[in-house]
Design a protein around this ligand. Sequence first.
Ligand code: OFO
Length: 165
Amino acid sequence: MISKNLQEALIEQLNKEFQSAYIYLGMSAYCSKEGFNGASSWFLIQYQEEVSHGMKFFKYLEDQDVHIKLPEIKASKVEYKSLLDVFKKSLAHEQTMTKNLNNLSDAAMKDKDHATYNLLQWYVTEQVEEEATVSEIIDHIKLVGDNGFGLYTIDKELSSRTFID
Ligand code: OFO
């Protein structure tokens, strides 16, 4: 049985995963508006991944007979300064998510809740990969600066991302 405090914190995290999806949908809309169709599709896949992260919590909480609540999802921003800005904001967001998931892991460990701790390790590992991928994209964008052909090439590369659940 998951402790009441941990149940609340997991529901909050479930909400944050869906909130993340919505943030990425906004980023996708921005990129599409600016003609970065590859980046737009990249963020759409990011959106799908976050929905699947949310669903993983949803399924787990149902399996553990937790009385589910679905808190509100806030409006999402659709304006950014540049392609670099949108990816920097994405990295900052993932770093916050990593902190949240680490805090949740600490709480599960403190409760000696092995099942929840085990589930959370999947997310913690996933975060390492997510942060590394976004950092690499940021490095590439910084390398090309304002060079149109460079940005076009990066955008083309971003279009090759496919969704893996
Ligand atoms: Fe990209 O964050 Fe979910 O967990």
